[in-house]
Design a protein around this ligand. Sequence first.
Ligand SMILES: [Zn+2]
Length: 253
Amino acid sequence: MRLANITWPQAQAYFKENDMVLIGIGSIECHGRHMPLGTDTIIPDHLLKMIEEKSDVLIAPTIPFGACQSLAPYPGTIDIDGEILYQFFRQIMLSLYRHGARKFVILNGHGGNMKTIERLGLEFEEKGCLVAMLNWWLMAWDMNPAWKGGHGGGEETAAILGINPSLVDQSEIGGPLKLFDLSDKLKATGFRSVEFKGVSVEILRATPHVTDSGWIGPDHPNTATIEWGTEMLRTTADYIVDFMEEFKKVPLK
Ligand SMILES: [Zn+2]
């Protein structure tokens, strides 16, 4: 059931009986040269479609934008400052709280949003609520370690292939990942991680200073298949339906 599709008396009736709301959030940002900018929003939206078929939890409209500071230089990326995102998301949650929502399930598609969701989660817990942050791509690793992935790598590419293969530009899936090391001994290993003497340290750099195309593994996009994506999305959606049923039973303090 979609909040945007029901009337206010229907919303009133829902909140008389229920206190749970499901909200998706993503981003519009570079995901390598081969993937759509909306990857992090398209995937949660697709999961919500599948969840809606099996769950009666009210679904609020997905927030399409997120905090993407390190990817902001790539053309098309829309970066929302974390403070603005926090205030915007907070207003949505406060409105729903006013109407009776107490359990918030946040289906997140983008790592850069996690700090904001954590802040809101603790704030709303103080108000007697519970906030579940479901980072789908991390949950998928637990469901199947073979699905483990980075940013715009095999995992996310598989998910987009499972939704709509025409959204992936196969001609742009290139060779091995190129990372720009800081020096011979300070090897770049991820968005911000640099390895020195076997230990990982974090050096904060804009992504174009770390890699050229904008995806980061370990999972190469050329490992992605439609089957991987389809199975991963179905498994994740089913898991979220089960999780919400259990979460409903948790008594609030
Ligand atoms: Zn992503």
